[in-house]
Write a protein that binds this ligand. Sequence first.
Ligand SMILES: Nc1ncnc2c1ncn2[C@@H]1O[C@H](COP(=O)(O)OP(=O)(O)OP(=O)(O)O)[C@@H](O)[C@H]1O
Ligand SMILES: O=C(O)c1ccc[n+]([C@@H]2O[C@H](COP(=O)([O-])O)[C@@H](O)[C@H]2O)c1
Length: 207
Amino acid sequence: MADPSGAAPRRRVGLFGGSFDPPHLAHVALARAAVEQLGLDTLHVLPTGQAWHKARSLSPAEHRLALARLAFDPVPRARVDARELRREGPTYTIDTLRELRREHPDAELVLVIGADQAEALHGWRDSAEIPRLATLAIAERARPSEGPVPFDASHVPGGTWESVELPPMPVSATAIRALVGAGEPIDTLVPEGVARYIDQHHLYRSP
Ligand SMILES: Nc1ncnc2c1ncn2[C@@H]1O[C@H](COP(=O)(O)OP(=O)(O)OP(=O)(O)O)[C@@H](O)[C@H]1O
Ligand SMILES: O=C(O)c1ccc[n+]([C@@H]2O[C@H](COP(=O)([O-])O)[C@@H](O)[C@H]2O)c1
C-alpha cells in the first residue's frame, strides 16, 4: 500500500560480514535469501579483516577477497566491499555500521547474521549500540550432526529482529578446509569458481 504521507520508502542497505575462508554455498544462499526476503536495495558483503574473535589466523586478505568476489558477484544486489580488509587493527562491525550510516544517512541499515553469531552478539564491541544503528536479520544455522541451532532471542541486544528463512545447510568453512586438507572433494559445498581458485592457489592443503 502507498504511504499516505507520500514519502518514498526508506532504502534498505544490508551488511553481511564473515571470514569467508572460504565462502560456501550456505553463505551464498543466505545472501540471496536476505536480498529477496528483506527487500534489500543493496547488500554489502564484507570479508573480515583481523578477526579478533577467532583463535586461528585467517588466510591472506587477497585470497579471501578474490574468493568472495567469485562467490557473491553473481548474487543480485550484492557487492563485495573490501573496507574491513583495508582497515588497520581488529575488525569491529560497529565501525562499519558507523561508516555506512554516514554514507547512507537516510537508509535503514540491516545487519544479516547467522544464529550462531546472533547468540554471540552481546560480546561484540559496543553491542548495545548495534540495534540502534541497524535492524538485525537472523538466519537459522544447522549444526553438522543435529538440527538447526535452537535460537535464544534473549541474546539479541535490543530484543527485536527479523528472520531470514533458509533451508538447513550443515556446511561450514572449517569442514571445507578439513576436506581440502584430507584431499577430499568440495565441489558440492562451494561455488565452482571457488573450488577452482582453492585448487589453483593450493589453499588449505596443510592445517
Ligand atoms: N551453514 C550456515 N547456515 C547459516 N548461516 C551460516 C552458515 N555458515 C555460516 N553462516 C553465517 O555466515 C556468517 C559468516 O560465517 P563464517 O565466514 O564465519 O563461516 P563459517 O562457516 O562459520 O566459518 P568457520 O567454520 O571458519 O568458523 C556468520 O554470520 C555465520 O553465522
Ligand atoms: O564487532 C565485533 O566485535 C564482532 C565480533 C565477532 C564477529 N563479528 C563479525 O561477525 C561477522 C561473522 O563473523 P564470523 O566469525 O562468523 O566470521 C563478521 O563480519 C565479523 O567481523 C564482529
